[in-house]
Write a protein that binds this ligand. Sequence first.
Ligand code: BJW
Ligand code: ZN
Length: 249
Amino acid sequence: MPQDMEIDPEVLSIIQRAKRVTILTGAGVSAESGVATFRSYKEETKESLWSQYDPQKMASIEGFLKNPNRVWQWYQWRRSELKSKKPNDAHKAIAKWQQSKDQRVTLITQNVDGLHQAGGSKDVIELHGNIWSNHCLQCRAEYKGNTDGVEDVIECPKCGGQVRPSVVWFGEALPEKAWRDAESASYSCDVFLSVGTSSQVYPAAGLAALAKSQGATVIEVNPEPTESSVVDYFIVGRAGEVLINILNT
Ligand code: BJW
Ligand code: ZN
């Protein structure tokens, strides 16, 4: 989608009239920063994480308990990949939008990469945790030590348990406060904008339906059709280009 392409004026008008906008982002928002998605589309499929790694082995407590070092090393590799990544137009456009005086814009992300914060967003609701934090599996204490270059799982200094990345794996509950805030922002918005997510992973994927049940208009931004069945308007395009267009129109 070219930068100067017009988005359907009807959709733009709905977005502009909204007092409260809730944005849910997924891996597609970081794709333009060079971060691999989980279930990428078309030509990028080969590079997506789940096409190369088994989510059961890498992103579940069972996988971690079976082979903690393998999982730890995978996250260390992803951290080292992420170190050079910079926020892109999508992250920056959302951060700018959040500063609007006329609209209340709440950002919910499934991403763990911290790029929204690096792009200037504040009060980011992180549903799946943050890859830069670690905590003890046993006593849950945050581990604040430096993990740069650490190849094997660290022992918790408090209880001797295993230290793990503070992300949400399959089968695990989402952080309570983040989920509460996400539900309340979805309940109370006029427009729910779902950007760069395949809408396959629950409970995050259910927020759009929650918003719709309370009368919000659900708008999706994605270069590809998704699993979501509650979308009122679909904007085909990359996150950065579309969000800049929305903001500048
Ligand atoms: C672009 C673009 C560009 C490309 N611009 N777009 C039914 C109901 C409820 C739950 C379940 C259910 N069925 C099964 C479940 C369980 C499970 C689940 O949903 N599984 C499905 C896969 C079927 N859910 C869970 O297990 C969750 N927990 C849970 O349910 O707990 C229950 C419980 C309650 C109480 C006590 C105990 C338990 C937890 C889910 C955790 C997900 N974790 C991961 C890994 C995080 C850590 C890590 O990074 O390693 O989170 S999985 C992975 O998927 C990651 C993502 O946040 C998440 C979502 O992916 P996302 O963001 O949508 O990315 P992709 O790759 O799928 O899509 C990218 C999109 O971008 C594509 O559409 C592209 O087209 C697009 N794109 N370029 C815009 N430039
Ligand atoms: Zn501990």
